[in-house]
Write a protein that binds this ligand. Structure first.
Ligand code: IPM
Ligand code: MG
Length: 361
């Protein structure tokens, strides 16, 4: 008997601020994962794209950047954002260009209270908060549709138009119902704001109800986004899988990260469910240049997104082994300062690598 060798091509784009710290840590952990399985290997291509690249070349990545990335099975991304390049340039020039260019329309944000990580929720702990937020990642409020006229004059006008398409809403609803169906509770909450936004959000609600018919075993409810913040904070156990628009989910996922202890542990996956293009995995946190280079960035979000990457590649066993290693290390108290520990990025990374080496999972 011989097992088939599995080799994956991974594009690493650390980009700005603490991006290189956490992506470096993530790649070390990936190497340790591969070392546990003689048939598994990763071939990494490193890209130096980001704000420093922009300052030299006038663009965040080369014009054929997407073509270069296409040849990979997945992308591991750090963070963008820099003191001296405007945010909308760093964002649209790289991360959103990849998300939109590769039609990564499903953005998946799991949140749990990890063992050992303090939550600001009184009396709550591991098991009380176990959510997956599904963020629509291709349209809505992030469509980039709008413009400005009469710049600088008193009559200046700016529009920022949210676009909702039947195709876009249907496909994200289908993804969310399927994901809810695959989780033990089979329960989905559809976030909306159709009381105030009476066009796109009303269509969003209608399509949710249509798609629900194809998933009779999934229970679902609807929640206005403002009330959702209260429910997340007061009754975290009452939620499981959550689907929301691009902007609503952006905001709710920061709240989710904070409730679970820190944005430093929150991962995200930008998925092309049809697998026409590589999907992209990243920590939710930003470039945090105030702590860049200090060696104290929390690598847990990146490790967790590496888990998501392994799952997407079909490496389920390795993903589970890595997640267990992360949880064991958090439980042991080896954590960075943002979650109340004293360890450096490197100490946490070494501990996770050690846990992968010695795990009997
Ligand atoms: C996120 C981030 C981004 C977003 C920022 C960096 C523009 O907050 O991934 O949640 O709003 O999408
Ligand atoms: Mg955000």
């Amino acid at each position: 008997m011989w097992a088939e060798k599995r080799s994956y091509r991974i594009a690493a784009i650390p980009a700005d601020g603490i991006g290189p710290d956490v992506v470096g840590a993530g790649l070390r952990v990936l190497e340790a994962v591969a070392a546990r399985d003689e048939d598994l290997s990763f071939e990494i291509t490193h890209y130096d794209w980001g704000s420093d690249y922009y300052k030299i070349h006038g663009e965040m990545m080369p014009a054929d950047g997407l073509d270069q990335l296409k040849a990979h099975d997945a992308i591991l991304f750090g963070a963008v954002g820099s003191k001296d390049v405007p945010d909308h340039i760093t964002l649209w020039g790289l991360r959103l260009q990849i998300c939109q260019g590769f039609d990564q329309y499903a953005n998946i944000r799991p949140t749990r209270i990890l063992p050992g990580i303090p939550t600001p929720l009184h009396g709550k702990g591991v098991g009380d908060l176990d959510w997956v937020i599904v963020r629509e990642n291709s349209e809505g409020e992030y469509s980039g549709h709008g413009g400005r006229v009469h710049r600088g004059l008193p009559e200046e006008v700016a529009t920022e138009v949210a676009i909702f398409t039947r195709t876009g809403v249907t496909r994200i609803m289908r993804y969310a119902f399927r994901l809810a169906q695959a989780r033990p509770r089979k329960f989905l909450t559809v976030v909306t704001k159709s009381n105030a936004q009476r066009h796109g959000m009303v269509m969003w609600d209608e399509i949710a109800a249509e798609v629900a018919q194809d998933f009779p075993d999934v229970t679902w409810d609807k929640m206005l986004v403002d009330a959702m913040t209260v429910r997340m904070t007061r009754y975290p156990e009452s939620l499981d899988t959550i689907v929301a628009t691009n902007l609503h989910a952006d905001i709710l996922s920061d709240l989710a990260g904070a409730l679970a202890g820190s944005l430093g542990v929150a991962p995200t996956a930008n998925i092309d469910p049809e697998r026409r293009f590589p999907s992209m995995f990243e920590p939710i946190h930003g470039s945090a240049f105030d702590i860049a280079g200090k060696g104290i960035a929390n690598p847990v979000a990146t490790f967790w997104t590496v888990c998501q990457m392994l799952e997407h590649l079909g490496e389920i066993e390795s993903a589970a082994r890595l997640m267990k290693a992360i949880e064991d290390v958090c439980a042991s108290g080896t954590m960075t300062p943002d979650v109340g520990g004293q360890a450096t990025t490197q100490i946490v990374t070494d501990a996770v690598i050690q846990a992968i080496r010695t795990s009997n999972a």
